[in-house]
Write a protein that binds this ligand. Sequence first.
Ligand SMILES: Cc1ncc(COP(=O)(O)O)c(C=O)c1O
Length: 365
Amino acid sequence: MSNERSVINFTRGVPANESLPVTAMQSAVQAALDNHGQTMLQYGKAYGFVPLREWLAESNGLSVDQVLITNGSLQIVEFLSYHFIQPGDVIFTELPTYDRALTLLKRHNAKVVGIELEPDGPNIEALEQALAQHTPKFFYIIPDFQNPTGATCSLEKRQKIAALAEKHGFWILEDGPYRPLRFQGEEHPSFFDLAPERTLHMFAFTKLIGPGVRTGVLLGSAEVLAKVAKIAENTYICPALFGQGAVYEFCRTGELDKQIERIKTLYAPRLQACLDSIAEHLPDVEATRPEGGFFMSLTFPEGVTNAAVREAAKKYNLNLADGQAFFPNGGGERFLRLPYCALSPEEINDGVSRLAMAIRDVQAS
Ligand SMILES: Cc1ncc(COP(=O)(O)O)c(C=O)c1O
């Protein structure tokens, strides 16, 4: 039961504790130790645990040298930044985009150019205008249930972006951790399906199984992956094979598919609760309407800033995240990301009604 005094966090995109498959993982860990104990406890290849790479290669119709596994997927952004970026090189991202990826790109002194994101994906005119000025080393894009907006790129825009990548010769770095979490509507082909020669596709088991397995995956060009593997080796010798062994058994035995169905059943009503409570408590606030994933976002009316609402929300024991962190070069003053997966529908409704009170306080002040 939530009440006015309990704290509600609309801050981070964490999986719900009750989604974490502890019992199924116990069996997976036991089976992994039985079948691969020495391999999992020993140093191995920088590319990651071979049986899991083979399983992923087969599931995706790739050769094994097109699969590299890391300690969580953010590590992939770091390694690719290290590989591709010289100080001042241009990288395109959606605007807004995942804040932690931005932190890494900036740490490598990339010049980050944000391409305005619309409900159906990046604004193609803005992309063409940016391409008239720069050819990026890569376009970092989260096409399915984007972090932070929940937006999904339409098929038409995917085709246009893939054609532009071909024409201008830049990589698409497709980040797809939420792609399997579609609650409604039709799935579109990935960029990796549409333009495999120009796409590096990354995803993770983080949001499907749990962040604790720290298992991120990069699929694509064997040549680029060989470079990344060298960087990985020089960073940590090999990634954590223990978690990868457990993930392998979890996948191989069909538990992953069951888990995805379970979490979709858990999360879909949470998204619906978020949409319903916004319609009820915040009818005048501009909101995205995702069809899956972990996030939706709001844009407050003119004159109402995230900073002011965040401050006002404290009185109601409601924690909100800074909206500006998702914008590479300023902006986002009225932006709020709402991660809904780790809250019950009751908490979501309670949280949104507190948010409405905080916004009213700001408007009244
Ligand atoms: C788009 C996106 N990419 C990468 C990550 C990081 O995932 P991991 O924990 O696997 O490093 C997240 C986590 O929120 C994310 O939203």
